[in-house]
Structure formats: structure tokens, C-alpha cells
Design a protein around this ligand. Structure first.
Ligand SMILES: Nc1ncnc2c1ncn2[C@@H]1O[C@H](COP(=O)(O)OP(=O)(O)O)[C@@H](O)[C@H]1O
Ligand SMILES: [Mg+2]
Length: 367
């Protein structure tokens, strides 16, 4: 999707300042046609402000926005092929589901019959035909979300901006609605930009994610890239859980870095990153599921010994908190592959265990 000559949306060095406060700082990114692209970050990091600039509700203080090859500077919101779906949905309580969806077409130059057809099509798309005559309070939260989505899509925007589209739903419904949203996006082919503060939601929904912090984009990549190859300690911490340790580079051996890691009480080998100099201070980061837990000392490779301080049993897997001799606690996630009353877990409270990891599963971060 990304190798097309001109991306569908191109944001170039966009900033937004309110008084002396910079809400969005020098953001550059491109989105391909038909992508689901997420802006992910904590509250107040500038996600909504960036969306509002795409929609034309705010003008950038600096930088440019190109949509479908056209410079959006000075183009008013109603002339942009963009629709923004607000966090609150803004559906009318006194109107039926059908009327709410048709309302999206109010200002479109369509005949009455065309509007009725389009409304019907949207009701089918979001599977609300049987609920067409109901009022919003007579349908579920998930269905209300779909009414808002249908109304937004009725005008056939080229770009749909969704600000925290699932935030009003409870966890179970949110998971189910994520899949519906993806399926509706796939069927319409409309480019979606989704704002969320929920990293699991971003991972599930998105083709690519931009991780934001304090108005800046920290990293852009597919969910896998962001998870497996975080570019900084901030991104590594923000996405999933991770064990992070201060380390120093002792040297390079066959493409791997030899690190001194005081918290682990041993030297380890980790996947190198180009340009990391000998003697430099880095962070060694390891995801809990990349640590192999065993009772016996592994024959070779990176390994540290510790004592099980805490364990949470989830049935199919367990989360362990292992205390190392340095006093540092390490999280390890293990699948309970064996079956049995006692035998399912790999280890138990107070067991002395070994934690091993591959050099290629460890992440070396310089930022
Ligand atoms: N119109 C405005 N005037 C002044 N400050 C604003 C305005 N809009 C947003 N901000 C500030 O900009 C920052 C980013 O806000 P926002 O984009 O809404 O964040 P997010 O959507 O990521 O939670 C916040 O600190 C917010 O208070
Ligand atoms: Mg917001």
C-alpha cells in the first residue's frame, strides 16, 4: 500500500500551537489508500488536534497536508473529502436509526430516492436493517456506534477520521466491535485514521500505527514492527509489557553486542543495532514471553538465575515475577503446556529457576 508513487494522505512537518503551548510538533507521516492507520498515545498528546487539522477544523501553525495530491491549506472543512466521527457519536436521540443515518445526506445533492437507497445500503452495511425504526435509546451501545459509523460513511468520504470510536463501549463489546469496524472498512475500502489511547485496540485494528508523545510522533510501523522492534524505551514501555535494564556495551561479537548488565549480574549477548559504539550506555529490553523459564540450568546462551516471588495462573499461561540476586524483579510469561493438577505450571512459589533468552529476542535501545 505504501509504495504507491503518491501516498493518499501526506502530512509534512505539521505543528499546532495554542498561545505558547505546542500541541502538535513537527509531525510528518504518510497514509496509503485503504489503510487503517492509528494515532496512538496517552491523553493530551495531540491526537485529536492532529485529526481536527486533517478535517479542516483547525489550520496548522506550520507544515502542509496533502490529500489525494491536493494541498489542503485554506480548503474549508465542508470542501474536504473527509468526515470526522466524534468521540460522542453525536447521534440525535429523537430520531430513528434510519433518520439518523439519512441525516448524514441532508446537504448532499441527491434525489429523495437516491438518499433512500444510500440509507438502505448503509443500514445493510452495518447490519441494522431490523433496527431501522428504533430510537437510539432502544438499541445497544455497540449498535449506536454503528449508527454513527453508517451516518459518517453515507456521504462516501475518501478519508474517515474516527476519534476514540470505541471508548464508550465496555471491554467485551469493544473487542467485538473492533472486528466489525475492520470488516466494514475492508468492504468499503475507505481510508480510516483512528485515534486511540488503547494500545491493544491499535494493535488489533491497524495496518500501521503512529505512536505519539507530547505532540510528537515517536515511531511509525506495523503492529509487529512496533512490538518487536520498538525504537525507544518510551515506545517499548508504552506497547505491551517489557523488562528494561540499564546496560553498557562491552564490544561487538559476530554481529551481536556483548553487554554488561548490572541488574542481571552477568554479561549477555544481544542483537546489535548499527551505530552502537563500544562503551556506550544502552537499555536492554526483553518481553516477558521471550524469557524461557526452566528448573535446570540451560546448556548455553544468555541465562540468569532467580527465585519465583510471585505468580499469576491464567489457565493456559502463567505470569511469573522472578527476583534476581541484585534485587531486581523480572517478569516472565510461560505457556502451561503440560496438563495436570500440579504439573501444569513450569515453576512454583519460591522455586529457584533459570531464565534464558535468545540474543535475537533481546532489544538494545539507545534512546
Ligand atoms: N483549542 C485549544 N486551545 C488550547 N489548548 C488546546 C486546544 N485544543 C487542545 N489543546 C491542548 O492541546 C493538547 C493536546 O490536546 P488533544 O489533541 O485534545 O489531545 P489528545 O486527543 O491526544 O488527548 C492538550 O494539552 C490540550 O489541552
Ligand atoms: Mg482526544
Amino acid at each position: 500500500m505504501q509504495d504507491a508513487a503518491e501516498p493518499f494522505l501526506r502530512i509534512e512537518g505539521v505543528s499546532k500551537t495554542f498561545g505558547s503551548f505546542q500541541a502538535v510538533r513537527n509531525v510528518s507521516l504518510s497514509v496509503g489508500k485503504g489503510e487503517i492507520f492509528s494515532l496512538l498515545g496517552g491523553s493530551g498528546c495531540g491526537k485529536t488536534t492532529l485529526l481536527r487539522m486533517l478535517a479542516g477544523f483547525e489550520e496548522p501553525s506550520a507544515g502542509r497536508i496533502f490529500l489525494d495530491g491536493r494541498d489542503m491549506a485554506g480548503v474549508p472543512a465542508w470542501e474536504r473529502p473527509v468526515h470526522m466521527m466524534f468521540q460522542s457519536y453525536a447521534i440525535f436521540p429523537h430520531m430513528s436509526v434510519e433518520k439518523n443515518i439519512a441525516y448524514g445526506l441532508k446537504h448532499e445533492a441527491l434525489t429523495k430516492a437516491e438518499k433512500a437507497d444510500r440509507t438502505r445500503e448503509m443500514l445493510e452495511l452495518v447490519q441494522l436493517v431490523p433496527f431501522a425504526a428504533r430510537k437510539p435509546h432502544q438499541i445497544s451501545g455497540g449498535q449506536r456506534q454503528r449508527v454513527a459509523l453508517a451516518r459518517a460513511l453515507a456521504r462516501q468520504p475518501k478519508l474517515l477520521l474516527l476519534d476514540e470510536p470505541l471508548a464508550a463501549l465496555d471491554k467485551k463489546l469493544r473487542e467485538q466491535t473492533q472486528f466489525e469496524l475492520m470488516s466494514i472498512q475492508a468492504r468499503t475500502g475507505v481510508t480510516f485514521i483512528v485515534v486511540t489511547h488503547d494500545q491493544e485496540e491499535a494493535m488489533t485494528l491497524s495496518d500501521r500505527i503512529a505512536v505519539m508523545d507530547k505532540g510528537e510522533v515517536k515511531q511509525i510501523g506495523s503492529p509487529t514492527e512496533i512490538y518487536e522492534f520498538p525504537a525507544s524505551r518510551f515506545v517499548a514501555d508504552f506497547i505491551g509489557s517489557i523488562n528494561a535494564f540499564d546496560a553498557a556495551v562491552l564490544g561487538v561479537e559476530a554481529g551481536l553486542l556483548r553487554l554488561s548488565v548490572p541488574a542481571l549480574g552477568t554479561e549477555v549477548l544481544a542483537r546489535g543495532q548499527s551505530g552502537v559504539a563500544e562503551g556506550s550506555k544502552v537499555t536492554l529490553a526483553i518481553r516477558p514471553e521471550k524469557l524461557r523459564l526452566s528448573m535446570e540450568k540451560p546448556a548455553d546462551g544468555n541465562a540468569v538465575q532467580g527465585k519465583v516471588r510471585d505468580l499469576a495462573y491464567f489457565g493456559k499461561d502463567s505470569l511469573y515475577r522472578i527476583a534476581l540476586p541484585s534485587g531486581v524483579l523480572v517478569q516472565a510469561h510461560a505457556v502451561n503446556a503440560r496438563r495436570g493438577d500440579e504439573g501444569a505450571r513450569v515453576a512454583d512459589w519460591d522455586d529457584e529457576v533459570w531464565l534464558a533468552f535468545d540474543a535475537t529476542s533481546a532489544i538494545v535501545l539507545v534512546e
